[in-house]
Design a protein around this ligand. Structure first.
Ligand code: COA
Length: 352
């Protein structure tokens, strides 16, 4: 019988420190009104001093394992672009801290598409029979990469972790992942970058300029690419899954900007209510964004068993990707320690 990777557990976690727009407006030339109007973000969580991406990943992973009713998995894949250290990968330490033993554990770096790439990697391991279960985590502490005085990036990003457990199952059961579509365009790699710190800069032997050690983004160009690439990827995943886009109940897209979600909905000619959004209180949490939106969506009741769901990410690289599944019935706890935070209009009555 054909094997499929099936979502069997879900968890999310955000650090306790809330940073409001007004707090940012107190130290940067910005305002609550500008941030809300241009991004839809009201507040975000940031790690506190000493807290790291690995800490976020451990908390999210623990909740996903508990939701799946498992204490062990055969592998850990961690999507992150803000690892605890440049070397080694963060995943092995996360696996050890979760008590998972000497399982294969590695990082996947695809910035805001990282979770979809990690999900594809984990699903591939299951489909090959290389693992019966995989913990797939997306976690980023991107606040640590932002220049203290850069209002254009500082208002957007939040920190967090989200995770799913994949297990071996059948392609026809709820939770089975399907319709994978991934892509990249390295000719636009400069649109989203941390210029210094990598081998290209270090091989010069010259010290990095401080400003080059921070994250930079060409906002408008990224915006246009995000809308185009996510809309195209969603359509391709729907086609590969054999679904008409109009019959898809929920779109769980990377939460980059509320206006990007609305623009993708418009481009696809679909009701915006079907696009889950927690950006108001999470901000852009990079690789954690999609699994956190799933966890918040389940907690709020916006995402329910039986829903036809498409996940889609877009980020630096450039990279993009989508997958589809029928949402399965999962055991709680599925959500973050913080309150559920989904704000889709909820006008759509939901599952078939
Ligand atoms: N507060 C106030 N003004 C700000 C600001 C802030 N936080 N950030 C930028 N501005 C200013 C700019 O300096 C610019 O001023 P100017 O016209 O005097 O030069 C003006 O606002 C417009 O800037 P612009 O970059 O055109 O704004 P925008 O409407 O495109 O919004 C983003 C900026 C970043 C919110 C938006 O481009 C975006 O969301 N891009 C995609 C981000 C994304 O998806 N990133 C992650 C990809 S995974």
């Amino acid at each position: 019988m054909e094997r499929a990777a099936v979502v069997a557990g879900l968890g999310g976690w955000v650090p306790p420190t809330i940073v409001t727009n007004d707090q940012l407006a107190g130290v940067l030339d910005t305002s609550d009104e500008w941030i809300r109007r241009r991004t839809g973000i009201r507040e975000r969580r940031w790690v506190s001093p000493g807290q790291s991406t690995g800490d976020l990943a451990v908390e999210a992973g623990r909740r996903a394992l508990s939701s799946a009713g498992l204490e062990d998995v055969d592998a850990v894949v961690l999507a992150t672009s803000s690892p605890d250290r440049h070397c080694p990968a963060t995943a092995p330490e996360v696996a050890t801290r979760l008590g998972l033993g000497p399982v294969p554990a590695f990082d996947v770096a695809a910035v805001c598409t990282g979770f979809v790439y990690a999900l594809a990697t984990g699903a591939g391991m299951v489909a090959l029979g290389a693992a019966r279960s995989v913990l797939v985590i997306g976690a980023d502490a991107f606040s640590t990469l932002l220049a203290p005085d850069d209002r254009s990036t500082r208002v957007i990003f939040g920190d967090g972790g989200g995770a799913v457990v994949l297990r071996t199952g059948s392609p026809t059961e709820p939770g089975a992942l399907t319709g994978l579509n991934l892509g990249s365009d390295g000719s636009l790699s400069d649109l989203i970058e941390v210029p210094a710190g990598g081998s290209r800069q270090r091989s010069t032997g010259l010290p990095a300029k401080t400003e080059d050690t921070y994250f930079t983004m060409q906002g408008q160009a990224v915006y246009a690419q995000a809308v185009r690439r996510m809309a195209e990827s969603v359509k391709e995943t729907a086609r590969r899954t054999g679904w008409d886009p109009a019959e898809i109940d929920r779109f769980v897209l990377h939460q980059a900007n509320a206006r990007i979600l609305e623009a993708v909905a418009r481009r696809l000619g679909l009701p915006p209510e079907r696009f889950l959004s927690n950006i108001e209180v999470r901000g852009n949490t990079v690789a954690a964004s999609i699994p956190l939106a799933l966890a918040d969506g389940v907690a709020s009741g916006e995402l329910r068993p039986g829903h036809k769901v498409v996940l889609a990410g877009f980020g630096g690289g450039l990279t993009w990707g989508s997958m589809a599944l029928v949402w399965p019935r999962l055991a709680p706890p599925a959500t973050a320690s913080a309150e559920p935070a989904v704000a889709s209009a909820g006008a759509d009555p939901g599952p078939p």
